[in-house]
Design a protein. Structure first.
Length: 277
């Protein structure tokens, strides 16, 4: 059966579409969800990054060293970062219990992100039934973070920027695909992944300017705890980009010609998506 050709939108159509998008963003309570994801990321991803730096670093760099190099920190600010996150790679000090705690904390983060994607796509909540898919995402994310620094050492300038953007797009295509347990087709995830990759790239560029000053100011006033607060603020911003891009991308896929191919399972509840959680 031939797919109908998408008709040209009028100004009224675009206005109606825009009002629907704003209403959708409000119903999803994106600010609250961004704060939750940022807080979960601070408690889950930071320990995971420390473990990855400790077990996968070939140049004996710790997580603190990575932050210092990334934001070009010096002096007392660098010392505060080392005080907050430790100066050694820590590979030998890892215990089975520590790894288990890191995995469980990472799963709490993935469930928060999973629920956000479920709400944006109006899918039923799977909860603990998706633990296997969540673990698969944690493994994929760890692999991405392990490979990415190697690629950064091989390429510079615009080739690195292109590869970085493509890698980010791939990561944020895989993320909803796995966390939604393959309930949404790849093609329908393209707007969501593209918006997330673009938003994360812009935010990362801005953070390279903002974070050194913010970390320096916070460390001079509050020491190591100021470093933690600044990183939490950064994760809140990343959470906002993630939630907004997920909501807008899913809305685009469901209200344009992309929505004519395939279907998404609708929830049986009549509650507002944001309240159904």
């Amino acid at each position: 059966m031939r797919r109908p050709h998408p008709r040209r939108w009028s100004f009224g159509d675009m206005l109606t579409w825009g009002r629907g998008l704003v209403a959708r963003l409000i119903s999803l309570e994106i600010l609250d969800r961004a704060l939750v994801i940022g807080a979960q990321a601070f408690g889950a991803l930071i320990p995971l990054l420390i473990v990855i730096a400790g077990t996968g670093a070939t140049d004996e760099q710790s997580f603190a060293d990575t932050l210092i190099d990334r934001f070009d920190l010096t002096g007392s600010t660098a010392d505060s970062v080392k005080q907050a996150f430790g100066n050694g790679t820590g590979g030998a000090s890892l215990t089975t219990l520590g790894v288990v705690i890191v995995i469980f904390s990472s799963l709490s983060f993935t469930r928060a992100v999973q629920r956000t994607f479920e709400l944006t796509w109006e899918l039923p909540k799977r909860g603990f039934r998706s633990t296997g898919w969540n673990l698969a995402w944690v493994a994929a994310f760890a692999a991405y973070l392990t490979i990415f620094p190697v690629v950064r050492g091989w390429f510079h300038g615009w080739p690195y920027n292109v590869i970085s953007l493509c890698g980010t797009f791939l990561l944020w295509s895989i993320t909803p695909y796995l966390l939604l347990a393959r309930r949404v087709r790849w093609k329908r995830l393209v707007p969501q992944a593209a918006l997330t990759a673009f938003g994360m790239t812009l935010l990362s560029a801005g953070l390279l300017i903002y974070m050194p000053r913010a970390l320096s100011s916070a460390s001079s006033q509050f020491g190591a705890i100021g470093i933690a607060f600044t990183l939490l603020t950064m994760l809140w911003a990343l959470g906002f980009v993630l939630v907004t891009a997920a909501a807008v991308g899913a809305y685009i896929a469901n209200t344009t010609w992309l929505g004519s191919s395939g279907s998404v399972t609708q929830p049986s509840s009549s509650k507002s998506p944001a309240r159904a959680s």
